[in-house]
Design a protein around this ligand. Structure first.
Ligand code: HEM
Ligand code: HEM
Length: 191
């Protein structure tokens, strides 16, 4: 059986760098659909909201596992950087000198963790709220409610970051999350 990292380490087509493997792309767009649907069904009592929330929980769990077992650019160890590197990158963005990253850039890496953590908080608080043990507790309802709005804020920042970085480096990051490939890495790019 072929390992997805073989595909990413292969020379590939000229002019193109394979970046996002198939599980990363499928999980991303499934997460977008399920989070949006969970948001619109929030508070409904016919079971749709809970089931969509469980789908989100499954996607987050799979993505966490893939962050350790996946191909190169799917791994947390590849894209979660320390405070120094993140600060230096943020400074570079501000001055317009930030290098192009082939995988997630340092700010994007932290955003990935924040989005996954916020989804997990929503699923855990929502599920606990449906148990006999914690049903009806106002603090739990508020945790769920506030985490829902925090997620909206994060998604707005996430999409703005994707649009800004696409503009700054003249590349279409959304297309890369669909096809898995980016224009080939150059000398100055961070791989
Ligand atoms: C509910 C809304 C969304 C959530 C929860 C979400 C979550 C995420 C997560 C977790 C990742 C990391 C991918 C990975 O490594 O597995 C990611 C990356 C990405 N997302 Fe989203 N996303 C959302 C909406 C969107 C939308 C609407 C777009 C398109 C406009 C988008 C475009 C991207 C792109 C291009 C990346 C790769 C960023 C990069 O190049 O570093 N996302 N998103
Ligand atoms: C990403 C996942 C989720 C999102 C975005 C989300 C979002 C929301 C939103 C926006 C509301 C309406 C809050 C209000 O205005 O009153 C809500 C309510 C609720 N959610 Fe979720 N939720 C998620 C996951 C879950 C899960 C996994 C469960 C349970 C298994 C759950 C159970 C509930 C319940 C029971 C309510 C109704 C609380 C009440 O009005 O009494 N949610 N959720």
């Amino acid at each position: 059986m072929s390992n997805p990292s073989d595909e990413l380490n292969a020379p590939g087509q000229p002019g193109v760098s394979p970046v996002w493997d198939r599980p990363v792309r499928l999980l991303h767009w499934a997460l977008v659909l399920c989070v949006a649907a969970a948001w619109w069904t929030g508070g409904r009592t016919d079971g749709w909201h809970e089931n969509l929330g469980y789908a989100v929980a499954a996607i987050v769990a799979l993505r966490l596992a893939w962050g350790f077992a996946g191909s190169r650019y799917a791994r947390f160890a590849q894209f979660v950087r320390g405070p120094r590197a993140t600060w230096a990158y943020a400074h570079g963005v501000w001055r317009g000198t930030a290098p192009r990253y082939i995988g997630h850039n340092p700010l994007g890496g932290w955003m990935v963790l924040a989005l996954l953590a916020c989804c997990a908080t929503l699923c855990l608080s929502g599920w606990l709220y449906t148990t006999d043990w914690l049903w009806g507790y106002a603090w739990l309802y508020w945790t769920h409610f506030v985490a829902g709005w925090v997620l909206v804020g994060l998604v707005v920042l996430h999409v703005a970051g994707v649009a800004f970085t696409s503009w700054q480096h003249r590349e279409n990051l959304v297309r890369a999350m669909v096809t898995g490939a980016k224009p080939a890495a150059g000398e100055a790019d961070v791989r």
